[in-house]
Design a protein around this ligand. Structure first.
Ligand SMILES: CC(C)(COP(=O)(O)OP(=O)(O)OC[C@H]1O[C@@H](n2cnc3c(N)ncnc32)[C@H](O)[C@@H]1OP(=O)(O)O)[C@@H](O)C(=O)NCCC(=O)NCCS
Length: 203
């Protein structure tokens, strides 16, 4: 078991998963708008299993796909964070950054805000040399987040090995961001990070 890393951005708290997240997580996983670029919506049992998996990885590693809640209201809005993909991909080994938010929380800048915090954790605290992100080529909203974060699109697309060969979701694009490039980008975020003891991580 590792010391659990949690952090706050201006508007959000990124934290370990709680039992109360299961219901709103199942609701967003059952929403076809949220799951447009995944093979299927998830039923309650599969959604709960995914939440438990995210929770277990954070407990084991200290980091992962964090549950995101709005500060003040405490509303759970989805997940954002860092993950080692379980599939062997053409660019493995790697650490990816990913996100999935409830539809009513799109268009507010929440994914980009939390993801910049997750990049800071990945590069400054975990010392990762590179963070990647990938999605279905047609997933323009997710690609826009990658671009806002300063990630660079790799020259070639790839076929996701876990998606059936005849599926329109199989073709993926890849974005990369090295620590070196990230360190030279302007940052104006200042995270409040907790990892065991409460520690500020300057932006
Ligand atoms: C991908 C996903 C997280 C993107 O969410 P998003 O809300 O579009 O992304 P951001 O949080 O970066 O928000 C940006 C939008 O908020 C707007 N915005 C509003 N207030 C803002 C603020 N205070 N700060 C920044 N942006 C703000 C921006 O103008 C932008 O609007 P636009 O979409 O009209 O250009 C979301 O669409 C999603 O969960 N999709 C389903 C899951 C998925 O496909 N995941 C990726 C699989 S690889």
């Amino acid at each position: 078991m590792a010391e659990i890393i949690e952090f706050e951005t201006d508007r959000l708290r990124l934290r370990q998963w709680l039992a109360k997240d299961r219901e709103p997580f199942a609701a967003l996983n059952a929403d076809p708008r949220v799951m447009e670029f995944f093979p299927a919506t998830l039923d309650r049992a599969t959604s709960d299993a995914m939440a438990e998996y995210c929770e277990r990885l954070i407990a084991e590693r200290g980091w992962g796909f964090w549950a995101a809640e709005v500060k003040g209201s405490g509303h759970f809005i989805g997940f954002i964070g860092l993950h080692i993909p379980s599939s062997e991909l053409p660019f493995s080994p790697c650490v990816e950054i990913g996100w999935r938010l409830a539809f009513q929380h799109w268009g507010k800048g929440f994914a980009s805000e939390a993801a910049s915090g997750a990049l800071q954790v990945g590069f400054e605290l975990l010392n990762l040399p590179e963070i990647v992100s990938f999605t279905v080529v047609r997933n323009l909203r997710s690609r826009a987040v990658m671009e806002r974060l300063g990630m660079r699109e790799a020259p070639s697309t790839f076929e996701h090995p876990h998606i059936p060969v005849d599926s329109p979701l199989r073709l993926h694009c890849l974005y990369r961001l090295s620590r070196d490039h990230w360190q030279h980008m302007p940052h104006n975020t200042s995270l409040h990070l907790t990892c065991g003891a409460s520690t500020p991580l300057a932006g």
